[in-house]
Design a protein around this ligand. Structure first.
Ligand SMILES: NC(=O)c1ccc[n+]([C@@H]2O[C@H](COP(=O)([O-])OP(=O)(O)OC[C@H]3O[C@@H](n4cnc5c(N)ncnc54)[C@H](OP(=O)(O)O)[C@@H]3O)[C@@H](O)[C@H]2O)c1
Length: 220
């Protein structure tokens, strides 16, 4: 099993991730936000992506203030001075998503990524007999092309560190088919396959944790 714990109540957890940077696509709501909260409560700086200014505010102000009050003030501890929590609009359907993300990492986070959580995805189901070229391409863009381009950009810029992780938020649909979710399931299967290859290429290992957070890699 990985040394990185699953999200849990963490107000009294040690600051084992101070100085680290996590990039979380889809960090403004749901699983991505919960992951951001967990990592930030351990001292990890966060760059969370979303689709609008509302999401940016939810991360840069909402999450950041919550971390200060619920994690640090509540336990009478000082928030680490370098702990930065920022939101960024980086739409997985935009063709410059990867470079937008990488530029922000360079400008605001010192050009390092210790943890990349690929959480945002296209939920378009894909109903057999009803799909056209545009729908299929849209799904491939958000769920496969953009995640690949993000990792490509981070590798080329050498932003990953020794022991960096890529965490892919998958779905039971990658292994348990349902005819109403043809494209969604295909995208999740592809994501897991990408992680297996990244793990092999970077000299790390693939790990699966349940059916949702399924793959982690360690750079060595
Ligand atoms: N929830 C489940 O039961 C479940 C089950 C299996 C797998 N999953 C997987 O878990 C992941 C998160 O699911 P969730 O239910 O937590 O999602 P969610 O609550 O709907 O949150 C979606 C997050 O992704 C962002 N997002 C949406 N569209 C985006 C886009 N085009 N570009 C960039 N960011 C975008 C949203 O930002 P905005 O605030 O700007 O919209 C938000 O931060 C997904 O990969 C999903 O497939 C979820």
């Amino acid at each position: 099993m990985s040394t990185m714990s699953m999200p849990q109540a963490s107000s009294s957890r040690g600051l084992d991730l101070v100085g680290k940077v996590a990039v979380i696509s889809g960090g403004s709501r749901g699983i991505g936000r919960a992951t951001a909260f967990n990592l930030a409560s351990r001292g990890c700086s966060i760059l969370g992506t979303c689709t609008s200014d509302k999401g940016v505010t939810a991360i840069s102000d909402g999450l950041s203030n919550e971390i200060s009050s619920q994690v640090f003030e509540a336990t009478s501890r000082e928030r680490p001075s370098g702990l930065k929590i920022k939101g960024l609009v980086a739409d997985i359907f935009s063709h410059d998503c990867a470079t937008t993300l990488a530029e922000e990492i360079r400008l605001e986070f010192g050009g390092r990524v210790d943890i990349f959580v690929n959480c945002a995805s296209d939920p378009m189901p894909g109903v057999i007999g009803e799909m056209g070229v545009e729908e299929i391409q849209h799904s491939l863009l958000g769920n496969i092309q953009t995640p690949v381009l993000i990792v490509e950009e981070l590798v080329r810029r050498q932003y990953f560190q020794p022991n960096s992780r890529i965490i892919y938020i998958s779905s039971i649909r990658s292994r348990q088919p349902w005819s109403m979710q043809l494209m969604y399931g295909a995208g999740k299967s592809a994501g897991e396959s990408l992680c297996r290859t990244w793990a092999q290429a970077f000299g790390g290992k693939e790990e699966k944790v349940g059916t949702l957070i399924t793959v982690m890699n360690t750079f060595q």
